[in-house]
Design a binder for this molecule. Structure first.
Ligand SMILES: Nc1ncnc2c1ncn2[C@@H]1O[C@H](COP(=O)(O)OP(=O)(O)OP(=O)(O)O)[C@@H](O)[C@H]1O
Ligand SMILES: [Mg+2]
Length: 401
């Protein structure tokens, strides 16, 4: 179970060791077999994200005998099944379509050595948990003790961590780089107090000052083809503004995104962390501007204060007042200025990352099996503070995939 801030390179952190190991073991795709038996299965919550992961895997595996394939909803199943039958070592999929190809008998699971859940907390929340349980209970899937299950995210609410243990080996490692659930420190966060009537004009002002004019939209009412086209136009710079629902909140890695605007704030702080993490990636800086309407967003006030202060961002005085006046977040009792970010719920004291057999301490950087410094300040040992309660499922839950 690994946690590192948005844009820090978690995709390569699981793809490279898996591909390297498969190559070292001489794995090669068996062409034109009716049933394919991949060695690795990777799942992610949205079509756009799984496609991005697949493209990374294909890039890293280029010129080798290891063949990645992707399956996701909204496009022809037959085409994807044909792709699988041409050979499949690394199967990337969104849960629904993945289960579909497995249940049609096109994919056997008995050779699975690696099962990766990207955006793992999302994959195990109310929306996807049943699918994940179905996946690990599918015929042929090796038991959790005989496969390696890997989970990656920038956020891990504690309740999800506890559930994750059902999928991981008993003695799994919890690796945290930085503050679990913390916002990327390269993003400059600004909150603007607005009313629902002034938002539109304020957005237009903001766009005027950033000098952008074209927009493309990617939302769930659109056909998959249109969604992908919108994203491609944004990636290429043809459309410099992408208007998106939460479907674009997690994982998408688009170079040169300078601004994220939260026109409506999400109702969950983890989602905020993921959304603003679409900018300021890979060591670049970025800006996130969020419209805060006290009538609707007060329940997020305390969590925002914590996130902003952890990332050394300026906390507006009106936000602090809202957070600690007794009106905001009454159901959520985080002490002022204390982190509520989740920690390893088992209080593990070692911090390890394995990259091609080299163990690196995530905090002091030493190459070791166990970090000699033991507990690191600001790391994940403080288990006293609770994460915020789980947010209700999004209204568009069933459309996420
Ligand atoms: N070692 C590296 N050197 C330079 N760039 C890297 C390195 N590792 C990853 N990157 C790049 O960093 C960017 C962010 O990586 P990635 O999408 O894997 O982040 P992430 O941690 O998964 O973020 P998120 O939590 O938003 O999903 C990608 O463009 C990736 O190619
Ligand atoms: Mg990612």
């Amino acid at each position: 179970m690994a946690c590192a801030q948005t844009g820090s390179g978690k995709t390569a952190a699981f793809l490279l060791p898996i591909l390297q190991q498969l190559m070292a073991d001489g794995v090669a795709a068996s062409r034109f077999s009716e049933i394919q038996e991949p060695e690795a299965v990777i799942v992610a919550p949205t079509r756009e994200l799984i496609n991005q992961i697949f493209l990374e895997a294909r890039k890293f595996a280029f010129g080798t005998c290891v063949r990645p394939v992707v399956v996701y909803g909204g496009v022809s199943t037959q085409h994807q099944i044909r792709e699988i039958s041409r050979g499949c070592n690394v199967l990337c999929g969104t849960p629904g379509r993945l289960l579909d190809v497995i249940e049609r008998g096109k994919v056997g699971l008995s050779k699975v050595r690696y099962l990766v859940l990207d955006e793992a907390d999302r994959m195990l929340d109310m929306g996807f948990e049943p699918d994940m349980r179905r996946l690990v209970a599918s015929p042929g899937m090796p038991s959790k003790e005989s496969r390696q299950t890997l989970m990656f995210s920038a956020t891990y609410p504690e309740d999800i961590q506890r559930m994750a243990a059902d999928f991981l080996k008993t003695d799994y490692l919890f690796l945290a780089v930085g503050v679990v659930g913390g916002a990327c420190s390269d993003v400059e966060q600004t909150l603007m107090q607005v009313t629902k009537f002034s938002k539109r004009e304020q957005l237009l002002d903001l766009l005027r000052t950033t000098g952008t004019s074209l927009a493309s939209s990617s939302n769930l009412d659109r056909e998959q083809r249109e969604r992908e086209l919108a994203l491609a136009d944004f990636r290429s710079g043809k459309c410099p503004i992408l208007v998106a629902t939460s479907v674009a909140a997690r994982g998408l890695d688009i170079p040169d995104v300078q601004h994220v605007v939260n026109f409506d704030l999400p109702n969950n702080i983890d989602e905020y962390v993921h959304r603003i993490g679409r900018t300021g990636r890979c060591g670049n800086t970025g800006r996130a501007v969020s419209f805060y309407d006290p009538d609707t967003d007060n329940q997020l006030a305390r969590a925002l204060v914590t996130i902003l202060s952890q990332a050394q961002q300026e906390v507006p005085s009106w936000l602090e007042e809202g957070a600690f006046s007794g009106h905001g977040s009454s159901s959520f009792s985080t002490p002022r200025h204390k982190t509520f970010a989740s920690t390893d719920s088992r209080k593990v004291t070692a911090c390890l990352v394995c990259i091609s057999d080299v163990f690196l301490c995530a905090f002091c950087g030493s190459q070791t099996v166990l970090c000699p410094q033991g507990q690191h300040p600001g790391s994940f040992q403080d288990n006293a503070v609770k994460n915020q309660p789980p947010a209700p499922a999004a209204a568009d839950e069933e459309d996420w995939e």
